[in-house]
Design a binder for this molecule. Structure first.
Ligand code: DGY
Length: 312
C-alpha cells in the first residue's frame, strides 16, 4: 500500500476508492494545511492530492523523496513547480473538462450580474428602500447583441463563446499573447473575459496599458487566475471610470485582504473562486484526481497529465 496525502476533504464518493486502495490521510480541517504541516505530510508520501491553495514548490518536492504523483484538484496548476516535478520523474495531473461548463456558466452569471447590477438591485430590494417602479432605476448595459472579447480560447473560452452565440453577441477572441489582436479586442469589446492559464507570460497581462485601451462602458470578467490582472491598475481604472465595472471570481491574493484598496473601487463584484462549484463538477474533479493518483501509483500514464508534461 502506498501512502497518499490529500490536502482537504473532497465532494463525492471517489475518495473512498483511494482509501480502499492505499494508506490515505485526508487533511481534516476546512482551512488548508499550513506550510509546516504540508511539508510534514508530504515527506513520507508516495502521492499527493493537492488543491490550488497548496504551494507545491521545488523545496517541498525535494522534501518528499518517495513522491511519484501529484494530482491537482483543478485544471490550473500554477501552484505546482512542474519543472521540479518533471526533473524527478513525478507525474503531475489536473482535472480538465470536468469544470468547463460550470466555469463558463459562472462567467456568464458574472457578466450578466455586472451588466444588470443584480447584486446592487437585490440588496436594495431587501433593504426596504424599494418604494415604486422607477423609470431610471438600476439602469444597466445590454448583453444581447453586445461585443464579447474572450482572451484565451481553450476549453472554457470556447464554452463561453457558445453561450454568447445564444445572446446574439459578436465574439472577438485572442488565442495567445498576440499583442495586435489583443489590443483590437480590448478596444472593441463591451465585455472582456479572461480564460488564460497563469504563466510568466500572462501575469499582469491586463494592466494600465490594457485598461487605457478599453471602452469606458466596458466590463471586465475574470474567472481564470487573479494575478493575470494587475489589481492596482484595476482599482485605478474603476475609480477613474476608465472602465465601467469588473466581476471577479479570482483575485490575487485569495482571499483579497479586507483592507485591500481594491474593495473600495466602485462597480466591483467579487465572488470567492466558485467557478467550478457545482456538485457534478466538483464530484467529477474528485474522480479524475483519484484516477490520476491510482494510475501514477500503478506506473500507468496519468489519464489527465498536465499539458506542460505531455511530450508527444
Ligand atoms: C481550476 O480548476 O483551476 C479552478 O480555478 C478551480 O476549480
Amino acid at each position: 500500500m502506498a501512502r497518499v496525502f490529500v490536502t482537504r476533504e473532497l465532494p463525492g464518493p471517489a475518495l473512498a476508492r483511494l482509501r480502499e486502495a492505499h494508506d490515505t490521510t485526508v487533511w481534516p480541517d476546512p482551512l488548508p494545511p499550513g506550510r509546516a504541516a504540508l511539508l510534514e505530510h508530504a515527506a513520507p508520501a508516495d502521492a499527493l492530492l493537492t488543491l490550488l491553495t497548496d504551494r507545491i514548490d521545488a523545496e517541498l518536492i525535494a522534501a518528499a523523496p518517495r513522491l511519484k504523483v501529484i494530482a491537482n484538484y483543478a485544471v490550473g496548476y500554477d501552484n505546482i513547480d512542474v519543472d521540479a516535478a518533471t526533473a524527478r520523474g513525478i507525474g503531475v495531473g489536473n482535472t480538465p473538462d470536468a469544470l468547463t461548463e460550470a466555469t463558463a456558466d459562472l462567467t456568464f452569471a458574472l457578466l450578466m450580474a455586472a451588466a444588470r447590477r443584480i447584486t446592487e438591485a437585490a440588496a436594495f430590494a431587501r433593504s426596504g428602500q424599494w418604494q415604486t417602479w422607477e423609470p431610471a432605476g438600476f439602469l444597466g448595459a445590454d448583453v444581447y447583441g453586445a461585443t464579447l472579447g474572450i482572451i484565451g480560447l481553450g476549453r472554457i473560452g470556447q464554452a463561453v463563446a457558445r453561450r454568447a452565440a445564444g445572446f446574439g453577441m459578436e465574439v472577438l477572441t485572442t488565442e495567445t499573447r498576440d499583442q495586435h489582436n489583443l489590443e483590437h479586442l480590448l478596444r472593441r469589446s463591451d465585455y472582456v473575459s479572461i480564460h488564460l492559464p497563469l504563466t510568466a507570460g500572462t501575469r499582469n497581462l491586463i494592466g494600465t496599458d490594457a485598461f487605457a485601451l478599453m471602452k469606458p462602458t466596458a466590463i471586465l470578467i475574470n474567472t481564470a487566475r487573479g494575478a493575470i490582472v494587475d489589481r492596482e491598475a484595476l482599482a485605478q481604472a474603476l475609480h477613474t471610470g476608465q472602465i465601467a465595472g469588473a466581476a471577479l471570481d479570482v483575485t490575487s491574493p485569495e482571499p483579497l485582504p479586507p483592507d485591500d484598496p481594491l474593495w473600495q473601487a466602485p462597480n466591483l463584484l467579487v465572488v470567492p473562486h466558485i467557478g467550478s462549484a457545482t456538485w457534478s463538477a466538483r464530484e467529477r474533479m474528485t474522480e479524475i484526481a483519484v484516477e490520476n493518483i491510482l494510475a501514477g501509483l500503478e506506473g500507468r500514464p496519468l489519464p489527465h497529465q498536465v499539458p506542460s508534461q505531455v511530450t508527444d
